[in-house]
Write a protein that binds this ligand. Structure first.
Ligand SMILES: Nc1ncnc2c1ncn2[C@@H]1O[C@H](COP(=O)(O)OP(=O)(O)OP(=O)(O)O)[C@@H](O)[C@H]1O
Ligand SMILES: [Mg+2]
Length: 221
């Protein structure tokens, strides 16, 4: 049976502002007196945190598929032990990254394609249903803008081969997201995240108001 809470996920390339905006969302939801849980992937519960350490350890070279399976394993533990209980209690769950991150980074970025979707469908199935978010808020930036923000303190140094590879990977990731938006129409709201933090949040706020508080912006037409 469908839960009574709302599952909202922040998605987007590196440096698009997900973590920055989640802090603003938390502030807003507190102000509205909403009952919510704010969390992030991979991690959020003990087993998933341990898996996170395995994934991120620079000494752990692994195949793309292994990486995908580990992310999916961490996702399932987090989903079953944190997200589902909160949703069943009627809470709002705000999560930094979820399935669409795997589909774009590993499916498109690493070229693993359909395997990533199959593995993730398995990972998010529980109680006879697949736990897809009520909304993916996609913060859209070009790799130039996103990586530019992340490397902002290193603007004096020359761009090396690795930086270029990284940019190519991130270009594929963004293209992946843009295709996913078309494929999963209705599950995404795309926001221009190259705007100022305040303007990005204003866009997010109107999505939240519509989705959570059944409010829409006044129509003056
Ligand atoms: N709208 C914005 N305009 C300019 N700079 C921003 C904006 N939003 C965030 N930043 C800055 O860009 C950097 C990256 O932001 P943030 O960490 O929120 O991105 P992220 O999407 O969580 O990245 P990652 O995927 O790497 O976790 C931070 O230094 C942040 O202060
Ligand atoms: Mg972040």
């Amino acid at each position: 049976m469908k839960y009574s809470g709302k599952f909202i996920v922040l998605e987007g390339p590196d440096g698009s502002g997900k973590t920055t905006q989640i802090a603003k969302i938390e502030q807003y939801l507190r102000q509205r007196g909403a009952d919510f849980v704010s969390t992030r992937e991979p991690g959020g519960v003990a087993v998933a945190e341990k898996i996170r350490r395995v994934i991120l350890d620079v000494d752990n070279a692994m195949s793309g598929l292994t990486e995908c399976l580990l992310y999916a394993a961490a996702r399932r533990e987090h989903l079953l032990n944190k997200v589902v209980p909160a949703l069943e209690q009627g809470k709002i769950v705000v999560c930094d990254r979820y399935v669409m991150s795997s589909l774009s980074y590993q499916g498109y970025g690493r070229g693993l394609g359909q395997d990533v979707l199959d593995i993730n469908k398995r990972a998010i199935s529980w109680n006879g249903m697949e736990y897809w978010p009520d909304m993916n808020i996609y913060l859209d930036v070009t790799p130039e803008v996103g990586l530019g923000r992340i490397h902002a303190k290193q603007t004096d140094r020359e761009i090396n081969r690795l930086d270029l590879e990284e940019e190519d990977f991130h270009r594929k990731v963004r293209e992946g997201y843009l295709r996913l938006i078309e494929e999963y129409e209705g599950q995404f709201t795309r926001i221009d995240a190259s705007q100022s933090e305040e303007l990005v949040f204003a866009d997010i706020k109107s999505v939240l108001d519509r989705l959570l508080f059944a409010e829409s912006e006044q129509d003056f037409s």
